[in-house]
Design a protein around this ligand. Structure first.
Ligand SMILES: NC(=O)c1ccc[n+]([C@@H]2O[C@H](COP(=O)([O-])OP(=O)(O)OC[C@H]3O[C@@H](n4cnc5c(N)ncnc54)[C@H](OP(=O)(O)O)[C@@H]3O)[C@@H](O)[C@H]2O)c1
Length: 298
């Protein structure tokens, strides 16, 4: 039977392209719906015109999930800590397949799962594992895609200024990074819903990436595509850690998370090690060079 899918966090940076991908594949699903706070439903008027339903309600209320098999959470950092309660509500409402808001690095790696930035994702994974044990038939999928290829030049997180051709990064030139372009991430995500689970399997990881390299290689590639030489400075990540701790001590959680964010990718914490699942899907993802050419040529 065609699955019914409910999307949480549909207005975000990942949610918008994911909803667009679902629109393209609407006929493969019994229902595709966005769960929205009634006050924010206006954000989804275009999606509604294109056949996506809008369910008005709270993601903490089990009634919001009734009639849906698969729930995808694209919660941003501020809502991430609420995912265990969303999962409980989704299960109580009858959903039996949950995609938590992962869509990044493989946080199970040593030195990554302990890192502050990923705390709420780790808590969510622990909760999913526990609920899969006590809920017959409940399954969950972790989408591990590395960094968004379009985001690796983000000024705040990685210290790139692509117009000035400078990088000031808290990290190391030989640190590695895995990336996937957003258009490919949403294709993998929608297609993954149709990949079968093995008998008795409750946790499934989908490990995909469009490219993988060191920061030194990435900068060289950017220089080639932009035809410009970069002024590159790598700063010891301990300096960012000091700022993170100072923010924690003054109770500024937002700054604490942002400073933690500055050393995620450039210190080698955004990688998706193999074995990869790319070959389970019928397309070839964009390489990082292709993404750079799309973003920076001309
Ligand atoms: N790998 C990468 O490079 C990369 C980059 C970016 C994101 N990601 C991952 O992708 C996932 C989605 O991130 P995103 O950037 O799309 O997130 P986002 O744009 O910050 O927000 C996603 C959604 O969260 C909702 N939200 C935020 N605060 C909320 C609250 N207090 N209560 C209810 N809803 C709230 C927002 O809804 P409203 O604003 O409509 O309320 C929005 O639709 C996350 O897991 C993130 O870690 C990965």
């Amino acid at each position: 039977m065609a699955p019914s899918v409910l999307i949480i966090g549909a207005s975000g940076s990942l949610g918008r392209p994911l909803v667009a991908e679902f629109q393209k594949h609407k006929s493969r699903f019994a229902r595709v719906a966005i769960l929205s706070d009634p006050a924010k439903a206006h954000k989804f008027a275009d999606a509604q015109k294109n056949g996506i339903e809008v369910v008005l309600g709270s993601f903490l209320d089990f009634k919001s999930y009734q009639g849906f098999d698969v729930v995808l959470s694209l919660a941003g950092n501020a809502a991430m800590r609420l995912q265990p309660a969303m999962i409980d509500a989704a299960i109580a409402g009858g959903a039996r397949h949950f995609y938590p808001s992962e869509f990044g690095t493989d946080i199970s790696q040593d030195g990554v799962w302990q890192f502050r930035y990923f705390r709420d994702k780790v808590v969510t994974r622990d909760h999913l594992r526990a609920r899969a044990k006590d809920t017959p038939g409940f399954r969950y999928t972790l989408m591990l895609v590395g960094g968004f290829s379009e985001w690796v030049y983000s000024g705040f997180f990685t210290g790139f200024a692509t117009e000035k051709h400078t990088v000031e990064a808290y990290g190391y030139p030989d640190a590695e990074i895995s990336v996937t372009a957003l258009n490919d991430i949403v294709r993998y995500t929608v297609d993954s819903i149709f990949l079968p689970f093995q008998e008795g399997q409750s946790l499934r990881e989908i490990r995909v990436r469009g490219d993988h390299m060191t920061w030194a290689q990435l900068i060289a590639l950017l220089e080639e595509v932009q035809g410009a030489k970069y002024k590159v400075t790598f700063i010891d990540p301990k300096e960012a850690a000091k700022e993170q701790e100072a923010a924690r001590q003054r109770g500024d959680e937002e700054a604490e998370i942002l400073w933690a964010g500055k050393t995620i990718a450039t210190a080698g914490r955004v990688t998706v090690p193999g074995p990869l699942d790319n070959d389970k899907f019928g397309f070839t993802p964009e390489t990082l060079k292709q993404t750079m050419q799309r973003l920076f040529k001309n």
